[in-house]
Design a protein around this ligand. Sequence first.
Ligand code: ADP
Ligand code: MG
Length: 598
Amino acid sequence: MKAFAAFVVLLLLAPFALPAFYLTLLNYIGLYSLVALGLLLLTGVGGLTSFGQAAFVGIGAYTTAALSTGVIELPAALAWTQHSPWIALLAGLLLTFVVAITLGSMTLRLSGHYLPLGTIAWGISLYYFFGTFEQLGGQTGMSGIPAIEIFGHPLVTARAMYYLIWAFVLVAALTTQNLLDSRQGRAIRALRGGVVMAEAMGVDTAGSRMLIFVIASLQASASGWLYAHLQRFVNPSPFSLQYGIDYLFMAVVGGAGQVWGALLGATVITVCKQWLQDLLPQLLGRTGNFEMIVFGGLLILLLQRSRDGLWGLVARAAARWLPKISKARSVPQALALPRRDMPQRGELVLEAKNVTRRFGGLVANNDLSLKVHAGEILALIGPNGAGKSTMFNQLSGVDTPTSGQVLLRGQSVAGRGSRAIARLGLSRSFQHVRLLPGMSVLENVAIGAHLRGKSSVFSAAWRLDRADEARLLADAAHQVERVGLQEHLFAEAGSLALGQQRTLEIARALASDPCVLLLDEPAAGLRLREKKALGELLSKLRAEGMAILLVEHDMDFVMGLVDRVVVMDFGQKITEGLPHEVQQNPAVLEAYLGGVAP
Ligand code: ADP
Ligand code: MG
């Protein structure tokens, strides 16, 4: 916060200390920062790569150019809005919103390299759109754009525009920072952990992707509006794919994922380009676009040295050279979150009826039925490849059975998707841990509580969500304590041992206040002492009335703990019963030992 205040003071004073040339440079840095901040959310945090942001800058710029110069005549009823840059800003944002929703619903579902290609495609077509229309001035562009007026004062000088531009940047930086540090922000960051994990925690991943895409587009559009009124002239060239690539570089070079990184990236790239452009022709004694060549080389070098960009380098240097500021971190006290109505002990909570799942010719689950009651632990065991994880996926909605039914508290849930199932009270861990290694243990667990919070994006951006947020974090901290990881509350999840990461996943599952827990090999990688602690935790949860379904390899662990066992092999149930019964069963011995009876 102190650093932020110092930054604001520097910004306020800069115009009085700097010559005009640098002021202009700062104006451009501000405009680029606004776009880079959007990309920070979209690409750095959300992992969606867009080369097309320049086109949204263009929409903002051209909308205001067309409306405020009167090139596009509005119908008489709307004539009063003509020539007002502020109304043109709203119109530009609205148009951007519509275009972003349309393009987003077409392209955001694309995965892998299709999404970046999609953004290139729309970037190119919008660019040519600006250049082709006679009314928009074609390649020559449009001039005579009026200055923005604030309370009757026209912002004609670079200095006047400077304050407006940087006010936009600061608001965008602050709201982005706030958003990232909230329930909605965690949902966005969860996108990096994969769709399966995020949806299992109740995150609407399609909605989160659309949200960051729209925010990034609106910020780009606002930058275009400012640009048009700074230049008082627009033509298509600043909205080309080349600029789309530059914006992406700014976000990535600065340090994708950090608000300060976006500002740093925009600054460094703008200044470097300017500097190389002046210096290189002098050095080489010839004119030409040498800066682009050197620049490309520098970028490759940087990306190779620091995957998390310049901000990563700065942060590491600061950690090494500056005295450690030990932040007094604590979790705020807060009212407990409401709990769901738990089923009565012994009530049937989860039931699979004749579930079959085929993958082509392979029948991974064959006509499998099982029941889990409140207050019991059921183990699902079987050799590798028996189909246990596949069964978990059918039960938790990650996958849909080819045939058969899954009933959760009496409701048929097969095919309803993991988000709906999570809402009904089923929560799970994964055989291969899926957490966000760069986020703290506390925040990872808080993702599990996503569905128990209510705060909207808007309230998060403006810090109106603090009461709701405090309750979520307090609950998450309680779950961390419950599984015995309280010493690591603020540690990065990725720094934990594998066994602890599995335990973290249990805490995350508990944070959703489930009535049934599905744990896929929770004891794998745990030390003996940790296994004992896990056994005690599961016994305690059972005593509280939780229904638990457990896949586990470790027979000693399973046999001493669980109430009943279902044994499967080749996708089928071979037997079911009490632990000591199945241990004696010849079919089980055969499955496990390949027919060599002891
Ligand atoms: P387990 O967890 O019991 O070790 P799995 O459920 O992971 O076993 O796998 C059961 C079988 O189903 C294996 O033969 C596996 O290769 C196959 N299988 C699992 N998922 C898929 C999939 N998505 N596509 C094709 N085959 C799969
Ligand atoms: Mg498995």
